[in-house]
Design a protein around this ligand. Structure first.
Ligand code: NAI
Length: 304
């Protein structure tokens, strides 16, 4: 497969490296900054003999090089600094994402689009409009990363392997996200039977602000290692037709009482993209949380 990564910054470059190491395909790394994608791509290519890799990676500023991509991952735009919310990035990043989709989508009409640029639920909606692609081929990053954070905190609290903890986070990729403790397990055991409610509440809170915690530590930008791994797992699910259940920002139309909006929900990811949107039973409170998240995405869309 041919994989285009737009934006050769922290997330884009980390993702390019992981894509090569996981042998998912050839990579085109594109950015507006001259020299950056070329330099990073050449550096990564020179790791190929050492890592015993055969894939090619090209760094470029020219969209013609992205022609006939199977997947386009958009990480271009600005990231958060301390004190900023993801929503503060809206105005700048909408322009960037529009421009990127207009330049890349017509050259790769069969590609999947993965939107990473924040606020990612809104960017997915923008990409759907600008590309005219089928909704199941446009996907936003959110829940996989947010759940990875929740799983990390649960595993550390229990002192067990990260591998054994499953969890998921519903709703938009913003401060209104809804971590679902009720559907979280360690080795198949509901975490509600292993941890007190107070403890779970504190892990939920840490998850909701997990991105901000890293922004405050780094001071110069936002997270990129866990985001890179999360995106790669979504790419793998699609390219290898794994039919994995993952929480992603998907176009929800008629489920959860939501019509025509990108929102973080559990889906089946396979060769067709979002093959199913799974509708799980929610308590009144959980549903309220999801609706609050949906309203947040709607409000941002109105601002556009
Ligand atoms: P970064 O600042 O390190 O890299 C962004 C890159 O985009 C830069 O190299 C810049 O030159 C490039 N760029 C800007 N405008 C462009 C354009 N018009 N065309 C092509 N390239 C352009 O930022 P980082 O850390 O890589 O984050 C990228 C985005 O991803 C941010 O918006 C961030 O908030 C978002 N993000 C989203 C996550 C999610 O879960 N949805 C997780 C992590 C980051």
């Amino acid at each position: 497969p041919k994989i285009t990564i737009v934006g050769a910054g922290n997330v884009g470059a980390t993702l390019a490296h992981l894509t090569l190491l996981k042998k998912l395909g050839d990579v085109v790394l594109i950015d507006i900054a001259e020299g950056i994608p070329q330099g990073k791509a050449l550096d990564m290519q020179e790791s190929a003999p050492v890592e015993s890799l055969s894939a090619n990676i090209l760094g470029t500023n020219d969209y013609q090089n992205t022609k006939d991509s199977d997947m386009i991952v958009i990480t271009a735009g600005i990231a958060r600094k301390p004190g900023m919310s993801r929503d503060d990035l809206l105005e700048t990043n909408i322009k960037v994402v529009r421009q990127v989709v207009q330049q890349s989508a017509p050259l790769s009409p069969n590609a999947f689009l993965i939107l990473v640029t924040n606020p990612s639920d809104v960017m997915a909606q923008v990409a759907l409009q600008e590309s005219g692609f089928a909704p199941e081929k446009v996907i936003g990053l959110g829940g996989v990363l947010d759940s990875a954070r929740f799983r990390t905190f649960i595993a550390q609290e229990l002192g067990v392997s990260y591998r054994d903890v499953t969890a998921f986070v519903l709703g938009g990729h913003g401060d209104d996200m809804v971590p679902l403790a009720r559907y979280s397990y360690a080795g198949g055991i509901p975490i509600e039977t292993l941890l007190t409610k107070e403890k779970i509440d504190s892990l939920v809170e840490r998850t909701r602000f997990g991105g901000g915690e890293i922004v405050n530590l780094l001071k110069t930008g936002s997270a990129y290692y866990a985001p890179g791994s999360s995106i790669v797992s979504m790419m793998e699910a699609i390219l290898l037709d794994e039919k994995r259940i993952m929480p992603v920002s998907a176009f929800v139309n008629g489920k959860y009482g939501v019509d025509g909006l990108f929102l973080g929900v559990p889906v089946v990811l396979g060769a067709k993209g979002v093959e199913q949107v799974l509708e799980i039973q929610l308590t009144e409170e959980e549903h309220k949380g999801l609706m609050k998240s949906a309203e947040g995405v709607k409000r941002l869309l109105k601002q556009m």
